[in-house]
Design a protein around this ligand. Structure first.
Ligand SMILES: C[S@@+](CC[C@H](N)C(=O)[O-])C[C@H]1O[C@@H](n2cnc3c(N)ncnc32)[C@H](O)[C@@H]1O
Length: 300
């Protein structure tokens, strides 16, 4: 497997950064999205993003034909409404923002919307909660899926500002359909020449956020292998942050599945800290790692 660092990728096609998030979502790739897109093949069929989250990569790519999916239904309700009826999406946000602002204090305004979400999980409440919760970290209780994040200290953006983002995102996602699917169902739909970008909930910290404690990375590897054999290109983001040497970071990455490994957004000094066995990083290293089942992004 070939290793390259982001600094060495100057020959790749430039992709403009796009930083105006529609949703706040933990583990989102907004900061790296343009670097990830720069490593995609130039000529692809359909684009698949089976762990869509806040859609940072899809919106940066702005594909002409795409399927964005996730197994979290309230999130897909937001994406579907963005596509189908952006006016209603704006109204969802504005109505809750006004309710929040006219409450006796911001905590009680926030808590009433959180209670509404928890009594019946839905995209409209989730939309406002993700923009107004503490640190933008939407967190769910493992036992029953209860959304537990307290009110944020910042002021959520105004309905006017949110509406401008909706217009931008509606335009950027014009080629996409959004469906609730398990990643395996979505990835099995991809055909030769299509591209799949995977950003699974792999890390210890993310497991408490998406109820992903049972996420089976080995199964994802098997699905990627099937895709590669069909001639589908796959890019996989994996183990973004390595905090401590104590955490076991051995990942079930089959030999020969990936052709290329890329570290995004990390300085030159990183080379010294990288252990060349391909699967482990030294302590304190913060990087975003991308594994590609193909070599040169310009080749097919
Ligand atoms: C790390 S987040 C993706 C973040 C995204 N790249 C972004 O920029 O916001 C992982 C996503 O995978 C979803 N997910 C977890 N398990 C899944 C599964 N089995 N099938 C499909 N989606 C899943 C979660 O709901 C979450 O939105």
């Amino acid at each position: 497997m070939q290793l390259i660092l982001f600094d060495e990728k100057s020959a790749l096609r430039p992709v403009a950064p796009f930083s105006r998030q529609l949703l706040k979502w933990i583990g989102n790739k907004q900061r790296f999205a343009h670097e990830i897109v720069a490593l995609f093949p130039n000529d692809i069929g359909r684009y698949f993003e089976p762990f869509i989250g806040s859609g940072a990569v899809l919106a940066t790519l702005a594909p002409v034909d795409a399927l964005g999916s996730d197994n979290f239904l309230p999130l897909i309700e937001i994406w579907s409404m963005l596509r189908r009826d952006p006016v209603t999406l704006k109204a969802w946000y504005a109505e809750r923002w006004h309710r929040f602002k006219s409450a006796k204090d911001k905590v009680s305004g926030y808590e009433s919307i959180k209670a509404s979400y928890n009594s019946k999980p839905n995209g409209a409440d989730l939309l406002f909660l993700c923009r107004s919760c503490y640190g933008g970290v939407v967190r769910f209780r493992q036992s029953d899926g209860y959304m537990s994040t307290p009110c944020g200290i910042h002021d959520p953006i105004s309905p006017e500002s949110f509406s401008l983002r909706v217009d931008d995102w509606h335009h950027r996602t014009a080629g996409a359909d959004f469906v609730r699917l398990h990643y395996e169902q979505a990835m099995d739909m991809a055909k030769e020449g299509d591209l799949i970008y995977c950003d699974p909930p792999y890390s210890h910290t993310q497991s408490i956020l998406y109820g992903a404690q049972a996420f089976d990375l080995s199964n994802l590897m098997r699905v990627i292998d099937r895709c590669k054999k069909r001639g589908v290109f796959v890019a996989l983001s994996i183990d973004g942050t390595k905090k401590s040497g104590k955490t076991d970071c051995k990942l079930p990455i089959p030999e020969g599945l990936f052709e290329r490994e890329v570290f995004l957004n990390c300085g030159r000094s990183m080379l010294r800290r990288f252990q060349m066995n391909g699967q482990s990083l030294e302590e304190e290293l913060v990087a975003d790692r991308l594994l590609l089942t193909y070599q040169d992004p310009s080749s097919r």
